[in-house]
Design a protein around this ligand. Structure first.
Ligand code: G3H
Ligand code: ZN
Length: 283
């Protein structure tokens, strides 16, 4: 069933677990995520980035996401990931997304607050949940590039002001993770997660979670993370599935035969994540 981001994340916040938010770009990825959620009895968030929407088309991605959610036996939210463009955010709300992220993190605090509050007022008036970002998460996610030098951790006191003034439902915090493939092992600032959670008491979001060691993710969830974003690990599983099949069957031209094993490969890693995040068995 299609539910709001808030319905899923408030439950996770109250009960101390996290829900996976997986990036969607095509039908096979969506099917893999839903199959994993049903198999593990887990609530789940399907999230499309602006780049994903550009690739698939808003009508296609919204329709696929809604059909998937409405036919699922578990709660599913359809979420816009890193909405940096006002019109894009509004378009998603119009197309039935149940949750949006406004990412104005590259702007100074006052401007981030103003841009986020505008979306919160609009989204809340039609029952759509809102995530925002404070601090700057490093790495590359589609068109958003933040170098190591530019990345800045979230300030806990600024976070209190930000949430009070915007009325946002959940907050993405910068605590040492980065988008894309890691060069070394990421070092998370666990004390910062703990401090922010104590001050805010709302669902917190961890971006750039692919490639983060299992123990670090579990600790972050224990300290207050309730939404864990995964994109790169799904891309890697998809690509590996396709490569392995074509290596074995170089003459096969059937898209179903080529993409089927990749879909299964993605489902397996997503199921693992659902166990690690603690969302398995919560639906
Ligand atoms: O918003 C999406 C996520 O933060 C994905 O990050 O590609 O490092 O898993 P990732
Ligand atoms: Zn992200």
């Amino acid at each position: 069933m299609l539910v709001t981001g808030n319905e899923i994340l408030q439950e996770a916040h109250k009960n101390g677990y996290a829900v996976g938010a997986f990036n969607i770009n095509n039908m096979e990825i969506i099917q893999a995520i839903i199959a994993a959620a049903e198999e593990t009895k887990s609530p789940v968030i399907l999230q499309a980035s602006q780049g994903g929407i550009k690739y698939a088309g808003i009508e296609y991605i919204a329709a696929l996401g809604k059909v998937a959610a409405e036919n699922a036996s578990v709660p599913v939210a359809l979420h816009l990931d890193h909405g940096t463009d006002f019109e894009e955010v509004i378009k998603c709300i119009r197309h039935g997304f149940s949750s949006v992220m406004v990412d104005a993190s590259k702007f100074p605090l006052e401007e981030n607050i103003a841009k986020t509050k505008l979306i919160v007022d609009i989204a809340h008036s039609v029952g759509v949940s809102v995530e925002a970002e404070l601090g700057k998460i490093g790495g590359t996610e589609d068109h958003i590039v933040v170098t190591e030098r530019e990345a800045t951790f979230t300030d806990p006191d600024e976070a209190v002001r930000f949430v009070e003034e915007t009325g946002v439902d959940s907050l993405a915090i910068a605590v040492g993770t980065a988008h894309g493939v890691y060069k070394g092992e990421p070092k998370l600032d666990f004390d910062r997660i703990k401090t922010i959670k104590e001050k805010l008491n709302i669902p917190l979001v961890l971006h750039g979670s692919s490639g983060v060691p299992e123990e670090s993710i579990k600790n972050a969830v224990y300290l207050g993370i309730n939404k864990v974003n995964i994109d790169t690990d799904i891309r890697a599983a998809f690509a590996q599935g396709v490569k392995d099949f074509l290596k074995e069957n170089p003459d096969n031209i059937d898209p179903r035969k080529i993409l089927g094993p990749a879909r299964l490969r993605m489902q397996e890693i997503i199921m693992d994540k659902m166990h690690i995040f603690g969302s398995a068995g919560r639906a």
